[in-house]
Design a protein around this ligand. Structure first.
Ligand SMILES: [Zn+2]
Length: 470
């Protein structure tokens, strides 16, 4: 289908608000029907981007748009994670097919080894080798609400260390069990998939579409004292041998932000980004990461550097900016994380944990959307210091600076809640103003029809609602 056909197919599938039973039904409804009305015929940027990408994929993969829109149609508004999952699959496919060496003519959707077998999302040839790809996109929205509450533990600490922190601090754990589940699930799918002789030599990649806080995934995968893809894995029961590599994109917040409060949030960049939100090459400063599974026998030589940094237990570079460090803990009251606890002696480790046990006043209005933090690399500090005493002194100094806000080069952004409230208020005002238009006047959506025959009907049961409750 071309863009116009995709657009009209989508409009056929997603209902407007003309019937009561369709009220508040689908995440796309606001964007498709309310937005063009209150913005006088403008197409929402998200729709423009999605349709553009679907049309592009359609040129190479038969019926892709139709299959994808059919899936989107069936998902009710109470299941946002499933919508994000589909959008994550679109994003992964589009970006892989645009890597150098990708053979776009080889893409197979949902390749199954036998009827009823579990299957990965798609299969394609990259650099003359076959790859099977599984994609996972969590909805991290509920987690966003608690992530910054105090001390976030992003690796596996000893119980005694947790007890020290817990005494006075609010503790938030990371989502490492979710990532573990993704690996287990992908591993199972790839095992079933390889039952087919044709697929058995394929290389396999799990792609996780995370939000901006990519350090959570980096730590879960390769933190030297607990990472799932290290010898010290916190889940030694499996080394996920059938997953040859994991890629993580830090991109889902762009999509989730849009739908964050259901119908009423546009985008923090006013009228939406000029860059296509699905195209990772447009966001190179926030590249993803790529991690080979050291327990898989397959060697993936393909150069993923285009859209992802390679990471591994050995390769973690202290030069990486904060978000790419495998943090151990983050004190969000001062937006300061530490990495490299495993390089410390027991004694130093204990002393460092103790530096974080006292409650601190919140210094920052943290953005819930983007990962704004600094990280102390203990490995580097220990290497540079003459002894542990000096290292500890150094750490104390950095904490002090952070307490004063001196380390932080973060623009004081308006808090997300204020922003959302402002946008909501504007939308409501616009909507109510336009609602007062005369029934026989030409419709504000620029369709050329009379209001009475157009949006008056289409939006009859639109109700100004928030989807997520703060
Ligand atoms: Zn209209």
């Amino acid at each position: 289908m071309d863009k116009a056909e995709i657009q009209s197919y989508l409009y056929d599938k997603i209902n407007d608000y003309s019937k009561r039973e369709n009220q508040n039904k689908h995440l796309f409804q606001y964007i498709m029907y309310v937005y063009p009305y209150i913005y006088q015929g403008k197409t929402h940027w998200f729709l423009t981007h999605l349709i553009e990408i679907l049309a592009y994929i359609d040129e190479y993969v038969k019926d892709y748009s139709k299959i994808t829109i059919d899936k989107i149609e069936t998902i009710g508004k109470n299941n946002p994670e499933q919508i994000f999952q589909i959008l994550g699959e679109v994003l992964a496919l589009y970006n892989l097919m645009n890597m150098p060496g990708a053979d776009k003519s080889t893409i197979e959707l949902e390749p199954k080894s036998y009827k009823g077998a579990k299957n990965p999302e798609f299969r394609m040839k990259l650099n003359d080798e076959w790859f099977a790809i599984e994609v996972k996109t969590p909805d991290l929205t509920p987690f966003k609400e608690i992530r910054h509450n105090g001390i976030q533990i992003t690796s596996r600490l000893k119980q005694s260390e947790i007890e020290i922190l817990k005494e006075k601090r609010e503790i938030v754990f990371s989502k490492d069990l979710k990532i573990q589940y993704y690996l287990e699930n992908a591993n199972e799918k790839f095992v079933a998939y390889k039952q087919n002789a044709m697929y058995k030599d394929d290389k396999t990649i799990l792609i996780i579409v995370w939000d901006d806080f990519i350090n959570e995934c980096v730590s879960t995968l390769v933190n030297p004292h607990s990472g799932l893809l290290t010898k010290e894995s916190f889940y030694i029961e499996s080394n996920f041998q059938n997953v040859d590599a994991v890629m993580v994109f830090r991109h889902s917040h762009h999509l989730q932000h849009l739908f964050y409060f259901g119908e009423l949030l546009s985008y923090r960049l006013g009228d939406g980004p000029s860059r296509n939100v699905f195209d990772l090459s447009e966001y190179s400063i926030t590249a993803g990461v790529y991690c080979k599974n050291p327990f898989s026998s397959k060697n993936i030589l393909y150069d993923f550097l285009d859209i992802a940094y390679p990471i591994s237990e050995e390769e973690i570079s202290v030069n990486f900016v904060a978000e790419y460090q495998p943090t151990d803990i983050i004190d969000w009251t001062i937006a300061l994380g530490i990495s490299g606890l495993s390089y410390c002696s027991e004694e130093l480790r204990y002393k460092i944990i103790n530096l974080f046990k006292e409650n601190r006043e919140f210094k920052l209005k943290n953005s819930k959307i983007t990962a704004d933090l600094s990280v102390i690399s203990l490995k580097r500090i220990i290497e540079d210091a003459s002894d542990e005493e000096e290292a500890l002194k150094h750490v104390k100094q950095i904490i002090k600076l952070s307490e004063r806000g001196g380390m932080l080069n973060i623009p004081r952004i308006e808090s997300d809640w204020n922003l959302i409230n402002t946008i909501n208020a504007n939308v409501k005002k616009r909507f109510n103003k336009f609602k007062g238009q005369r029934l026989d006047s030409s419709c504000m959506c620029n369709s050329g029809q009379k209001y009475y025959d157009c949006c008056y009907k289409k939006l009859r049961y639109f109700k100004f609602t928030k989807y997520y409750t703060p």
